[in-house]
Design a binder for this molecule. Structure first.
Ligand SMILES: Nc1ncnc2c1ncn2[C@@H]1O[C@H](COP(=O)(O)OP(=O)(O)O)[C@@H](O)[C@H]1O
Ligand SMILES: O=C(O)C1=C[C@@H](OP(=O)(O)O)[C@@H](O)[C@H](O)C1
Length: 360
């Protein structure tokens, strides 16, 4: 079951508190069925452990107080869940005096209860300041995402050991957007293999290379670019959507860790239709309106490539992230949320690699 809790930005601890600075980040904690939000049945110890591993926040009860939190150099969030019919609420109190933030969270168990997710409504107050003034709701503050990205990056660094990360996926899947975030957090450089090809071919755009020299020529140049990149270290590489189709390219990509950004074709078509298909020569053929045309072509291309994408070491499914975060539409997922999932999937892959347990 997923129990959603609130992460509270530590910014509020500033003595000259500005209520507008208080922000909430609703996140999800994967919890065991025994964590059903009853004060009696929640294992705080396990919840505590979960928080500790993520270095994000600490949840405890009043008696466990703040000692453990201090040990971890975190502020304590006091959670007192209570069940009220089909609704459960948590009263959160911040333990740092004299400033005391009180937050009331009421979480309605929605009709998705059978799928074991809960939607959360947040109401909050700071002393007499009404809840409506405070930033609240299903909001991901950049600060919190930044912190998570930083922590996840630190977790995988020792096991990556300077190896490159190759992002694979359909055109428009976010390889460039997400790759730039990942590279920044990992302290890696970012490289777009299409850009390397363009540079090799005298600064011609990919669309021009296709037009003047043909796709086969482009693919050869792409393989050369991947070969060059495979000799380098500490890069996040955004590969062209078709790079997965040549086995030789996998030989190069397997020198690093490959991650498939798996985005539903409908979402890809929406993104690409919004920016136009000029730079994507493989989408120039179909008739109809921009969205339908793009969707038809993308669906056919995905059909041919899905097996090849599955060769990647890790898969980042936007549908799975949306389920995890309780969002209905994958288009609501921020690039940072996707980057976080990518780092988590890389972590799982690295931990499964032979030799990991021996090293630990
Ligand atoms: N998570 C996202 N939500 C909405 N739009 C996105 C997201 N990620 C990328 N985009 C947009 O989709 C388009 C394609 O993204 P890009 O990163 O260039 O993909 P790729 O490198 O895989 O072709 C860009 O216009 C980008 O701004
Ligand atoms: O899917 C493909 O075959 C292609 C994707 C493009 O890269 P992006 O995935 O970065 O758009 C580019 O390499 C070329 O237009 C071919």
């Amino acid at each position: 079951m997923l129990l959603k809790l609130v992460f509270i930005s530590l910014k509020y601890l500033s003595p000259s508190i500005d209520v507008a600075q208080v922000s909430f980040h609703i996140s999800q904690i994967p919890v065991e069925p025994s964590f059903i939000p009853h004060s009696s049945s929640i294992s705080y110890g396990d919840l505590f452990k979960w928080c500790e591993t993520r270095q994000a926040f600490i949840a405890t009860d009043y008696r466990m107080d703040v000692k453990a939190a201090q040990r971890l150099q975190l502020s304590a969030v006091v959670v007192q869940p209570q069940k009220i019919g089909r609704t459960f609420g948590c009263r959160l109190g911040m333990s740092r005096e004299p400033r005391r933030l009180r937050v009331f969270i009421s979480a309605k168990l929605s009709s998705t209860i059978r799928r074991r997710t809960a939607t959360v409504e947040v109401a909050c107050s700071y002393d007499n300041i009404p809840a409506s003034i405070l930033e609240s709701g299903n909001h991901h503050s950049h600060l919190d995402e930044d912190l998570i990205l930083k922590n996840r990056s630190q977790e995988i660094q020792p096991y990556l050991n300077g190896r490159c990360i190759y992002l694979v996926g359909m055109m428009g899947s976010g390889k460039t957007t997400v790759g730039k975030i990942m590279s920044q957090k990992l302290g890696y450089s970012f490289c777009d293999s299409d850009a390397l090809v363009e540079e090799e071919v005298g600064g011609n755009s990919v669309a021009d290379i296709f037009k003047h020299y043909g796709e086969a020529f482009f693919r050869d140049k792409e393989t050369e670019a991947l070969h060059k990149l495979s000799l380098m270290r500490r890069l996040v590489i955004s590969t062209g959507g078709g790079a997965v189709m040549r086995p030789i390219n996998w030989k190069y990509m397997h020198k690093g860790v490959s991650v498939w950004l798996d985005v539903p074709v409908e979402a890809l078509a929406q993104r690409i239709a919004a920016v136009g298909t000029n730079s994507r020569p493989l989408l120039h053929y179909e008739a109809g309106d921009a969205y339908t045309r793009t969707l038809t072509r993308l669906s056919a291309i995905f059909e041919e490539r899905s097996e090849a994408y599955a060769n990647a070491n890790a898969r980042v499914s936007l549908e799975n992230i949306a389920i995890k975060l309780g969002q209905r539409d994958v288009s609501e997922l921020s690039p940072s949320a996707i980057a976080i999932e990518a780092l988590e999937q890389i972590n799982s892959f690295l931990k499964g690699e032979e030799g990991y347990y021996a090293e630990c």
